[in-house]
Design a protein around this ligand. Sequence first.
Ligand code: 5GP
Length: 207
Amino acid sequence: MPIARRGLVLVLSSPSGAGKTTIARGLLASEPDLSLSVSATTRAPRAGEVDGRDYRFVSRETFAHMVEQDAFLEHAEVHGNRYGTMRSAVESVLARGADVLLDIDWQGANQVRRAMDGDVASVFVLPPSLPELERRLFARAADSEGAIRRRLSNALGEMDHWDEYDYVVVNENAEAALQQVRTILHAERLRRRRRVGLRDFVRQLKG
Ligand code: 5GP
């Protein structure tokens, strides 16, 4: 019998282009007990994005209504669009003792920490250099040049928040960065305070 534990919220943030999405995908593919909280956003879908899988794409009106209904654990405006983590998405995962991954910005990370501090482990991903960040943003080519320029200048501001996180990973190499985040997740799962079954386990151990 595995020792019972409480699920945790793994928060992953980074300036766009630092490789956070690749890390998140790799992590989800290899960790069956981890699921992604699909955020709601007012941003238009990019080519290939699927409603309900990548985001729940909603109008500004619907988003405002959801805020009024207190549907969000956190929400923030990023690059001119609104994004929010739905309480229901997080709570249902934690309730079954699994872990939930939040791919959110620093403003959201602050709100989640305030709301559920003991259940949160936060990781900030940095690019190895500014030219490399620029290269990655242009290589992705999912946005217009104007949007990329805006993301790049926002990235500089976002980077200032690195010291609000529990862990910082410098993404020199995608595979190595993924491995580091995986190690963080595995260690966080082993924290004594999350392993609610330990007391009973030790009691039984002593006979
Ligand atoms: P993108 O538009 O490129 O998918 O995401 C832009 C930024 O918004 C990323 O930094 C992403 O982490 C952040 N983001 C995505 N979903 C949420 C959310 O639910 N809440 C917050 N605060 N940020 C989010």
